[in-house]
Ligand binder design. Structure first.
Ligand code: SF4
Length: 580
């Protein structure tokens, strides 16, 4: 049964064998009520220390080793508190790491537990109450963050028929812990006999993940990179409209390569496109592929996918031909590109071929951001304006995520590049607290602030987002107006792409003689870069066309293209057409 349906008060008289499967959350989760109740009960001096003596239990915890010492923290504490309240542990706590073979570990644990339950000697001992559970005590002195299973058992020989199995399980766990501790923190939790050599970095993308990504339309390149054709690239090829970056900055969507050199990220944002199956890590701990290979493989896979579109009705021949000469690279597919150790070399490969670089980062890696070379446009995702809401929405791995975030904003303000804050609005998560957003803008001094409604893509897994969290375009406009009013004279609303529910607030230095210059002169950018002299974001600007301006009748839709409405979607104001 679901633990949320269980009456906690019944727990104190529970005499059944209870098997718990418990996942780990570092944010609010369905377990909270039970977890808090159990903790309170454990430390309530009025509650008998043998209050759960009738209960027998076993726990299997699910977690993610990337969270370090918080790995399986909730299952570990529940296991400890149940024991401390007198419940009888039938089998040692099992743990499954999502970065290792979680399912296999669970199967192994389950089999051992079931074997033990059906072992006649166990049944005999249990019926006659010969199991001397009371002869071992549950340690009270360990901190909540420690798995104290090793110290919980004393006089283990007294546990009668269970002793050999418990000893074997303990030995196996000790061995496993030893390997884990000596693997430099890399995920390594397995009950299998075969062990991965300790000092060899693993590949980031497991065969299972590769299969799942391929099914979702990604081409996995090497062992940690990916490429996918953006829906706006397809739309532009058919003359049905380009993405908001065309409207705001003049990129040609049909000549855009959307890729990432790191499918892993250090956050688990609730709105992540990848349905929470992507690898996570605080640092790049996997095998590293060379940038030249990633670049050429990404490009050739991209061209293969473009080529596959030639038979689709409505493809414009001129754009199809141009598409084989990529001019822009959006480093924002999924994952965190800045994690890739050779990101600067990768960007240089792009620039050497006059491919512009739009780089998005999650503001969690200040030292890497500081070391990042010039890109055409540098983004940080500002997903919330307070520590609490950022934790709730980004679900970061770092404990000091807020300090890292603020440091990144400070670095951005000194970067001397063309910079952008990206705000993705999620109703009920981050659409309030305007004053805090204003503070963050003053801190990072971005050239531009992009505000977009979140794109709904059928969230599942750990995310609780529904269509109700997707703001309507008029709600995005009202947020932007409110924010803009509070930003003072330095910023103004410049452009709008209503098709993807996106609005651009720009620093007024880009409004020259009452005309906006939010577009980019790409040739000029490469010319300046090749000269090797200092230049600023104002040195490669181009005028914004009238149809892109905020409040224009076209609302950001290029009149040369043909707007296409799906029959059932014409009056649906909600966003499904985001962009990277
Ligand atoms: S939405 Fe992003 S990936 Fe797609 S065409 Fe535009 S810039 Fe490229």
């Amino acid at each position: 049964m679901d633990i949320v349906e269980y009456e906690t008060e019944d727990f104190l008289s529970e005499s059944a064998i209870c098997i718990f499967l418990i996942s780990t959350y570092n944010v609010e989760g369905p377990l909270d009520w039970f977890y808090k109740w159990l903790e309170d009960t454990r430390y309530d001096f009025r509650v008998d220390k043998q209050a759960l003596s009738k209960m027998k239990f076993a726990i299997f915890g699910l977690g993610d080793s990337a969270y370090g010492d918080q790995f399986c923290i909730q299952p570990r504490n529940i296991d400890k508190w149940l024991g401390q309240l007198g419940a009888k542990r039938l089998y040692p706590l099992g743990e499954g790491d999502k970065n290792s073979d979680q399912e296999k570990n669970f199967e192994a644990w389950k089999k051992s537990l079931v074997d033990m339950l059906f072992d006649p000697s166990y049944a005999l001992n249990n019926v006659s109450s010969n199991l001397n559970y009371d002869s071992y005590s549950e340690s009270d002195s360990d901190s909540d963050n420690n798995n104290n299973s090793d110290t919980e058992m004393v006089d283990v020989e007294d546990i009668g028929a269970l002793a050999p199995k418990l000893q074997a399980a303990r030995k196996s766990k000790e061995k496993e812990e030893f390997v884990y501790k000596n693997s430099n923190g890399r995920p390594k939790r397995t009950l299998s006999e075969q062990e991965v050599p300790i000092n060899e970095p693993k590949e980031m993308v497991t065969p299972m993940l590769r299969k799942s990504l391929t099914k979702q339309g990604y081409k996995v390149v090497g062992s940690h990179s990916g490429v996918k054709i953006c829906r706006w690239t397809k739309s532009a090829l058919r003359g049905r409209g380009s993405c908001y970056k065309f409207c705001f900055y003049g990129i040609q969507s049909h000549r855009c390569l959307e890729t990432t050199p790191s499918l892993a990220c250090s956050n688990k944002c609730v709105f992540c496109w990848r349905h929470h199956t992507n690898p996570v890590g605080k640092e790049f701990v996997w095998k590293v592929d060379p940038p030249e290979m990633i670049f050429s493989e990404c490009l050739s896979n991209h061209y293969k996918m473009i080529n596959e579109m030639k038979g689709i009705p409505g493809i414009r021949a001129d754009r199809f031909q141009e598409a084989f000469n990529v001019r822009h690279c959006a480093l924002s597919l999924v994952g965190e590109p800045i994690l890739y150790p050779h990101i600067n070399e990768f960007i240089k490969l792009l620039h050497d071929r006059h491919i512009s670089s739009f780089m998005v980062c999650n503001a969690q890696h200040p030292s890497r951001l500081r070391a990042l070379d010039k890109v055409t446009q540098l983004y940080v995702s500002v997903d919330a304006s307070t520590k609490e809401s950022l934790k709730k929405i980004d679900r970061p791995l770092f404990k000091d995520f807020w300090e890292r975030f603020l440091e990144c904003l400070d670095i951005l303000s000194q970067k001397g590049q063309r910079t952008v804050y990206r705000l993705t609005l999620v109703k009920d998560y981050n659409t309030e607290e305007i004053a805090n957003y204003v503070e963050l803008v003053r801190r990072g001094k971005p050239d531009f602030i992009e505000v977009k409604g979140v794109t709904y893509c059928g969230y599942g897994g750990a995310s609780k987002l529904t269509m109700a969290n997707v703001p309507y375009h008029n709600e995005v406009i009202s947020f932007v107006k409110h924010l803009n009013e509070n930003l003072g004279d330095t910023y103004e609303i410049a452009t709008e792409h209503s098709h993807s529910c996106s609005i651009l607030i720009a620093n007024t230095k880009f409004k020259i003689n009452n005309k906006w210059y939010t577009w980019i002169d790409y040739d000029k950018f490469f010319e300046l870069l090749e000269k090797g002299e200092h230049f600023t974001s104002l040195d490669y600007i181009a005028p914004t066309p009238s149809w892109a301006l905020f409040g224009s009748p076209e609302a950001g839709f290029n009149p040369e293209d043909q707007r296409f409405y799906r029959k059932s979607k014409k009056n649906n104001n909600s966003v499904k057409n985001g962009g990277c």
